[in-house]
Design a protein around this ligand. Structure first.
Ligand SMILES: NC(=O)c1ccc[n+]([C@@H]2O[C@H](COP(=O)([O-])OP(=O)(O)OC[C@H]3O[C@@H](n4cnc5c(N)ncnc54)[C@H](O)[C@@H]3O)[C@@H](O)[C@H]2O)c1
Length: 357
């Protein structure tokens, strides 16, 4: 790790050149001053050629282990299907490279253990790519919750649909067996946000799901935090895009719409969201935030920007030897909730989680 502290530029390699690499990670990495994407790897040569053409990357590998043997690569992003997360992650760590691991962490608690053991041995920076923690409005929400301005929080309701066309999503992402399906793929972001926002653990979970053309589509997950906050998440992957959150405190409700630049709104106690005063505030906020929203939109909007903020944080941690804010421990907690949700959806029973460590 010492070799990375104070580096002017961090050399990055990527394993996997699929959708998330091409649409999110590579555009962001290529725009960062203190990062050089030295090489990419993928078993699919067409994907490799596409990445090279679009992002002007010199070195490519169909076997990522060859890329990992290079001394000039400091950090590696693992952006492959879930069934390969643990194996590729452990290989990166054994090669003593800093690791950014896309969500979800892995498939089983045994795999989680192998990743944690390899990380302890390697002594490098390891971060989970749960990018929604870096969404501008989620960071604001966490500050609001920490300030206790909402009063005692009783309930969080989340509604998420990616809005993606089912035909354009890789087949593995639609089936549990290969690490896909709503409760795993999309659910994991939501479970992590519960923990991130409340800064506490989840104690109980109950899930129901359908199987409309892909696994756990749609799904509803209900949970309770250890202090008793009720949580609800509605997941409907292939229906029109929604990303809404309501945080009910005793003094105010905070409504967040992650797809809208001005989507951050308070409804004080004793009023309704449709009251004239609340509607006037909404219009004023829209006009006030429009210029910033337009310029943000040009660079891919808040969602793409969350990947930028995530990589900036990771690169900074490498260069200054500072702690990362989304650890393997966080990844494992989200995995435990995911496994409990899957079990609950299968058995029709609520599942209690152990919250103590
Ligand atoms: N954070 C987010 O919002 C977000 C969004 C989408 C996907 N993801 C995650 O990113 C990861 C990749 O998803 P995707 O949508 O890009 O999938 P994808 O199927 O589009 O891409 C995966 C790529 O990995 C390649 N690959 C498979 N085996 C490989 C190997 N042994 N070595 C090198 N490359 C290999 C495949 O050929 C493919 O190009 C998943 O973990 C997924 O959950 C995260």
């Amino acid at each position: 790790m010492k070799m990375s502290i104070g580096l002017k530029k961090v050399n990055v390699g990527l394993i996997g050149c699929g959708q998330v690499a091409i649409n999110r990670h590579l555009p962001i990495l290529k725009s960062l001053d203190n990062v050089v994407v030295k090489a990419v790897s993928d078993i699919n040569e067409t994907s490799l050629r596409h990445a090279v053409r679009r992002f002007n990357i010199k070195d490519t590998y169909t076997d990522y282990r060859q890329m990992l043997s290079r001394d000039d690569i400091h950090a590696v992003g693992v952006l492959v299907p879930l069934e390969l997360h643990a194996r590729a992650g452990v290989d990166v760590l054994n090669a003593r490279k800093h690791l950014l691991l896309e969500k979800p962490m892995c498939r089983t608690l045994q795999e989680a253990e192998s990743l944690k053991n390899a990380a302890d041995e390697a002594g490098v920076k390891v971060m989970m790519g749960l990018n929604k923690r870096w969404h501008r409005l989620m960071l604001r929400a966490r500050d609001v919750l920490s300030s206790r301005d909402l009063g005692k929080v009783r309930l969080i309701n989340l509604v998420y649909s990616s809005g993606q066309d089912r035909e354009h999503v890789p087949a593995w992402r639609k089936q549990r067996i290969s690490g896909g399906g709503n409760l795993i793929e999309n659910g994991v972001h939501c479970y992590d946000l519960w923990r991130f926002l409340l800064q506490e653990e989840i104690s109980e979970i109950y899930a129901v799901s359908g199987h409309e053309g892909s696994d756990d589509e749609p799904a509803v997950v209900t949970a309770r935090s250890e202090s008793g906050v009720l949580l609800n998440t509605t997941l409907a992957d292939f229906m029109p895009g929604r990303n809404e959150m309501e945080i009910f405190g005793e003094r105010q409700v905070l409504s967040i719409s992650q797809h809208r630049f001005e989507g951050f709104e308070f409804t004080p106690r004793g009023t309704c969201s449709g009251d004239l005063a609340n509607r006037m505030k909404r219009s004023t906020r829209f006009l006030r935030e429009l210029p910033a929203g337009i310029s943000q939109y040009r660079y891919g909007g808040d969602y793409t920007e969350s990947f930028r903020a995530m990589w900036i944080h990771f690169i900074q941690a490498i260069r200054t030897n500072s702690p990362v804010s989304c650890t393997l421990e966080d990844g494992q907690r989200a995995l435990e909730i995911t496994l409990a949700a899957l079990s609950s959806a299968d058995t029709g029973q609520p599942v209690r989680l152990s919250t103590s460590r």
